[in-house]
Design a protein around this ligand. Structure first.
Ligand SMILES: Cc1cc2nc3c(=O)[nH]c(=O)nc-3n(C[C@H](O)[C@H](O)[C@H](O)COP(=O)(O)OP(=O)(O)OC[C@H]3O[C@@H](n4cnc5c(N)ncnc54)[C@H](O)[C@@H]3O)c2cc1C
Length: 430
C-alpha cells in the first residue's frame, strides 16, 4: 500500500484564498491515455502540457489531498529566477547557466499561464531583499554582492536607515535588494492553474493512489477505483520513495510558516513603507519574511527531518521569530500556522527520469520549487512524449542526485548538518 503525506494543519494561504477551485473525487473506474499523480506545480504543468499536445486524449490528474493543500499551496511564494541569489548556489558555471535557463523557462511558462487565464494570485514583480542577521551573514552578503558585480547583475545595497524604513526592523545587520524575484499568493496560483486546465484534463482530489502495477497497461488503485493508462507521470515530491523509487536519492524535510491576522493600520505601519515586500536570509536557519497585501506578515521558520513538528512547537518558533523582528506587534498575531514537506537531494540536483517503459517521475524540489518544478513538469511531459528539446537534454545531464545512505547513517548525517548550521549561526552572531 502506497502512503502519502498528511499534514497536521491546513495551509494559511489556502484558508485566505479568494477563489478556491471547486473539486471532485474520482467516482468510478476509468481509462485514460495519461495519468499524472500529484497536482502541485510539477503535476499541473505536466497535465497542462500533455493536454495541449494531445487535445483528443484524456489526461487524468489525481491528488491525495484537496487543491492547494500540498506543498505548492503551503510555500512562501518567492519566485527567484537567479541561481546566484541562493545561499547554496552551485560553484559550477555550467550548472548555474543551466539553472538560470530552467528557472527562466519556469517563470515564462507560469507567467503565460497566469496571463492567458487572467489568474488572480497577487503576482508582484517587485524583486526581493536578501538580508543578514549576523557578522558572518554580512560577510556572505558582501561575497554575494561581489558575485553579482562580476555577472553584471543589478542590486541595491541598503543602509541601516534604509532597512529600518523599508522593512520596519533593526533585526538585520545588512541587506541588499535584487530585482530577480516575483512574489505570489501560492495557493491562489494553484487554484488558478487548476481552473485553467484544458477540458481534456479530468482532475480528481482526495483520491490517493494506493497501488500501481504494470500489466498490459498501467493499473492504479486510486480512491478505491481502478484506473488504467498507457503512461503514468509521478509528480509526488516527497512521496516518490513510497512508490518504490529514489529511496536513496532524496530525503524528506519539513519547514514551517505562519500568516498573521489582518493587522491594523498602526500595526502594519511597523512593517515598513511599502505594501508588499519579501526577505530571504543568507543564514540557512534564519527565517524568510513577507509583508503581504499591506496588512499581513508571513514568516517561514525552521526545518525538521522526516517528521512534522507539533503545531504547538511551530507556533512557539513563529512567535520567537516575530518578536525578534517586530517586538511592537502582539505575540499572538498569527492566525494561521502550518508545515510543509520538501524533497531534498544531496547535491541539489532534481530528479527527472524515465523509471520504466511508460513510467516517468520528477522530484527533488530542494525547497524552492515554484519555478523549478513548473519547468520540470513541462520537461517531464516532453520526456514522456519522446520529444527532446535542448533544455530537456541539458536537464537530464544535471538531474543526477548523489547517493544518500539509509537510516541510521542518514539521520546522523542530517543531525550533524543541522548542528553545523546552528553553530554557524551562533558563532556568526558572536
Ligand atoms: C513552508 C514552505 C515554504 C516554501 N517556500 C518556497 C518559496 O518561497 N519558493 C519556492 O519556489 N518554493 C518554496 N517551497 C518549496 C515548494 O513549495 C515546493 O518545491 C513545491 O511545492 C514542489 O512542487 P511539487 O509539484 O513538486 O510537489 P507538491 O506541491 O508537494 O505536490 C505533490 C502532490 O502529490 C500529491 N501526492 C503525493 N502522493 C500521492 C499519492 N499517493 N496519490 C495521489 N497524490 C499524491 C500530494 O498530495 C501533493 O499535492 C516552500 C515549501 C514550504 C513547505
Amino acid at each position: 500500500m502506497i502512503e502519502h503525506c498528511r499534514y497536521a494543519s491546513p495551509s494559511g494561504w489556502n484558508a485566505i484564498a479568494r477563489r478556491p477551485a471547486s473539486h471532485t473525487r474520482l467516482h468510478a473506474d476509468v481509462t485514460a491515455s495519461f495519468v499524472v499523480v500529484g497536482a502541485g506545480y510539477a503535476g499541473l504543468a505536466a497535465a497542462r502540457d500533455l493536454a495541449e499536445r494531445f487535445p483528443d486524449d484524456k489526461i487524468l490528474l489525481l491528488d491525495a489531498g484537496r487543491p492547494g493543500e500540498g506543498s505548492s499551496g503551503r510555500n512562501s511564494g518567492f519566485m527567484i529566477d537567479l541561481p546566484f541569489a541562493k545561499i547554496s548556489a552551485s560553484s559550477d558555471p555550467a550548472q548555474r547557466d543551466w539553472q538560470t535557463r530552467l528557472l527562466g523557462y519556469g517563470r515564462r511558462a507560469l507567467r503565460e499561464a497566469v496571463d492567458a487565464a487572467g489568474i488572480r494570485c497577487d503576482w508582484r514583480d517587485i524583486g526581493h531583499y536578501k538580508a543578514a542577521t549576523t557578522v558572518g551573514g554580512s560577510r556572505k552578503l558582501a561575497a554575494l554582492a561581489g558575485t553579482l558585480d562580476a555577472h553584471g547583475v543589478e542590486y541595491r545595497m541598503l543602509t541601516p536607515d534604509d532597512i529600518r524604513r523599508e522593512l520596519g526592523t533593526s533585526h538585520y545587520t545588512a541587506a541588499i535588494w535584487l530585482r530577480h524575484c516575483a512574489l505570489v499568493q501560492p495557493a491562489e496560483l494553484v487554484h488558478g492553474l487548476l481552473a485553467a486546465l484544458p477540458g481534456n484534463v479530468q482532475a480528481c482530489f482526495e483520491t490517493p493512489v494506493t497501488d500501481l502495477r504494470r500489466t498490459q497497461m498501467y493499473e492504479l488503485c486510486a480512491g478505491g477505483h481502478r484506473v488504467k493508462a498507457r503512461c503514468v507521470l509521478l509528480c509526488v515530491n516527497t512521496d516518490l520513495p513510497g512508490f518504490g523509487y529514489a529511496k536513496y536519492r532524496q530525503l524528506t524535510a519539513y519547514t514551517y510558516a505562519g500568516l498573521t491576522r489582518e493587522l491594523t493600520a498602526a500595526e502594519s505601519s511597523r512593517l515598513g513603507d511599502g505594501p508588499d515586500w519579501g526577505v530571504t536570509p543568507v543564514e540557512r536557519l534564519e527565517a524568510t519574511s513577507r509583508k503581504v497585501s499591506g496588512n499581513r506578515l508571513m514568516l517561514r521558520v525552521g526545518f525538521s527531518y522526516r517528521h512534522e513538528l507539533e503545531p504547538r512547537r511551530v507556533r512557539a518558533a513563529l512567535t520567537a521569530s516575530l518578536m525578534a523582528r517586530y517586538p511592537g506587534l502582539p505575540p499572538d498575531a498569527f492566525e494561521h500556522a502550518w508545515g510543509g514537506a520538501v524533497s531534498l537531494t544531496r547535491n541539489d540536483a532534481p530528479i527527472l527520469r524515465q523509471l520504466a517503459d511508460g513510467l516517468y517521475a520528477v522530484s527533488g524540489c530542494n525547497a524552492s520549487g515554484i519555478l523549478k518544478m513548473t519547468a520540470l513538469g513541462h520537461l517531464l511531459a516532453e520526456l514522456a512524449c519522446g520529444t527532446h528539446s535542448p533544455l530537456l537534454g541539458e536537464t537530464l545531464v544535471f538531474s543526477r542526485p548523489s547517493f544518500i545512505p539509509p537510516d541510521p547513517i542518514r539521520r546522523l548525517a542530517v543531525g550533524m548538518q543541522m548542528q553545523r548550521f546552528q553553530r554557524e549561526l551562533i558563532g556568526d552572531r558572536a
